[in-house]
Design a protein around this ligand. Sequence first.
Ligand code: SF4
Length: 335
Amino acid sequence: MDKIDFRNNEIGEITRLFLSNGFSLQKIKNFRKSFRTGNFTKIHEMKGVRGFDKISSLLPFMTLKIFDSIRDNEGNEKFIFLTHDDLKIESIFMPGKSGFSICISTQAGCRMNCRFCKTGISGLKRNLMACEILEQLRLIYLSRIHPNKIDCVTFMGMGEPFDNLENCRLAFEWINSEWGYQVSREKITFSTIVTNNFIQILNWKRLPNLAVSLHSSDEKRRTELIPSSLKDLKEIKALLTRYTEMTGKQLTVEYCMLKGINDTEKDANELAEYLKDLKCKVNLMNYNTINGLDFSPVSPIVLQEFREILKKQGIPVLIRKSLGTKINAGCGQLG
Ligand code: SF4
């Protein structure tokens, strides 16, 4: 087992540890429930599981500190967590009509350097361990959701999941499992710019949903905006097509409208052409202004017209309202 936190291991390991220490399946079930719902900061503080004392020393456990939290009047809340080495990471809790959603970070900072993103400016401090990715969820659950269930989880906060893929895979399995929060795989999404290790995910036994940051179907312009992505749009499309064929899932294509950059009728027509035989829906978002960055949002009319062009060409498209912008928790505003 991992010396820092047992949640950095494969999900099956924890059950094996309990079974090999003589725990019955019923006791393991009790432990899982206490683990999900207990408000403890050290594993040995966990109460109400008979016989647990003898095994707790085999379960190192590391938590995050809640450094700060800011709530807007719609109930969205940004949490700032402090890691054991004093790095700040951010997560967002969003109550919605269809349930409780949490957007979590996968890295402290990010090295992808997307030009319109605040997280990208500060660079990468380090990858988060699987336990740190999970701990964001556990602490928000205890603080805002308990005793209800978590409905949706997006790996869309600070960081690029594919730049920390193994830890994200472990966290994905835990979140989906009975040890975690039994969030359906259909409700767990990784957001990616599509990096050159994208192909690795196609070997996983179980796959999350994907939200792909496209932002332009002009290769040169997209590379300027997202310099660390795979550059060849044909190659990206081939990979995404393989993903949809393997999983049967519909991709989400994220398109952030940037005034004077990717917002013309021509851009919309080219985007529709690029996406026409891909199983996807487009989330159209307006840019969230970030101090110090030279980008602006488009007008509501331009946003509507862009949507209409995609719609007329048969591309499923939604204008997505960015939540939490008043507390700097909108897309691209973390850091
Ligand atoms: S948009 Fe995502 S991948 Fe790009 S710099 Fe920001 S956090 Fe990193």
